[in-house]
Design a protein around this ligand. Structure first.
Ligand code: SAM
Length: 269
């Protein structure tokens, strides 16, 4: 490790917790199983803890890092790897379509900055058609929200929107001791694989997203109350759902059905 590298002070505003546990790093790389020829993109390479073993396994790797000091460390550390590419940018503003990758080919991974994880997951969902899969380290609580089922306390907008687009697999937990500095929360690895085809396709995904957002904006209310601004009482009756249920009790298929009724109303086929 160079002086420059060891002198880098972790920046809280960039959610920097660097992995240093080689056993955990090896487990993450195994979960990714990188192969030569795949289109790999790492978000937040940091000092290169996962980058190094990935580059050993798969000579082409694109990374996206916001911190200029870390970018300088990475450029010098991986100077000998011609397939290493670094994009110095805020990933929330990065257009993944600009990579010109074939549909369904991107393998996106990273030990994500926890402070932007929810907006980042929604940003990535816009590119679901380009993505083969995603393997991320996230705060355990966020992984539990991604994987939650109706009735679970963590079930919400993030669960429904992610499960609409992706199969969600919680792989394993990672203790805080695996990082420097140690985060105050537990972490876990999750694998997200875009469905092809979608199990519950909506005619109009924007309508579906509006229904889900509207419902969970007031998650304590009954769906009779949360949906009354979107649907007439006749349409509500046609849903054949118990209207005294709360948003957290409805399945993905229920939300798609509600969106279909709204689309009929506005003439979207
Ligand atoms: N991959 C490294 C590791 O495992 O040791 C670092 C992980 S650290 C949790 C998160 C990384 O994401 C940091 O390198 C941080 O600078 C970077 N980062 C934070 N916000 C970012 C953003 N908006 N766009 C791109 N990278 C970002």
């Amino acid at each position: 490790m160079s002086n420059h590298e060891s002198n880098h002070r972790a920046r809280k505003r960039f959610g920097q917790n660097f992995l240093h546990d080689q056993h955990v790093i090896a487990r993450i790389v195994k979960a990714i199983t990188p192969r030569e020829g795949q289109v790999l993109v790492e978000i937040g390479p940091g000092k290169g803890a996962i980058t190094q073993p990935l580059l050993e396994a798969c000579s082409q790797l694109t990374t996206i890092e916001i911190d200029r000091d870390l970018a300088a460390i990475l450029r010098s550390r991986f100077a000998e790897y011609p397939g290493f590419r670094l994009i110095e940018q805020d990933v929330l503003e990065f257009d993944f379509a600009s990579l010109n990758a074939p549909p369904g080919s991107l393998r996106i991974l990273g030990n994500l900055p926890y402070n932007i994880s929810t907006p980042l997951l929604f940003h990535l969902l816009r590119y679901h058609h380009l993505i083969a899969d995603m393997v991320f380290m996230l705060q355990l609580e966020v992984v539990d929200r991604l994987a939650a089922q109706p009735g679970d306390p963590e079930y919400g907008r993030l669960s429904v929107m992610m499960q609409y687009h992706c199969k969600v697999e919680k792989l394993f937990k990672v203790p805080a001791t695996a990082f420097v500095p140690q985060p105050k929360v537990e972490s876990a690895i999750v694998k997200l694989t875009p469905w092809r085809p979608l199990p519950h396709p909506a005619a109009n995904v924007d309508t579906f997203a509006t229904v889900v957002r509207t419902a969970f904006n007031q998650r304590r209310k009954t769906i009779r109350n949360t949906l009354k601004n979107l649907l007439s009482s006749e349409q509500l009756a046609n849903l054949e759902l118990d209207l005294s249920l709360r948003p957290e009790n409805l399945s993905l298929a229920d939300y798609v059905r509600i969106a279909a009724i709204l689309d009929q109303k506005s003439g979207v086929m």
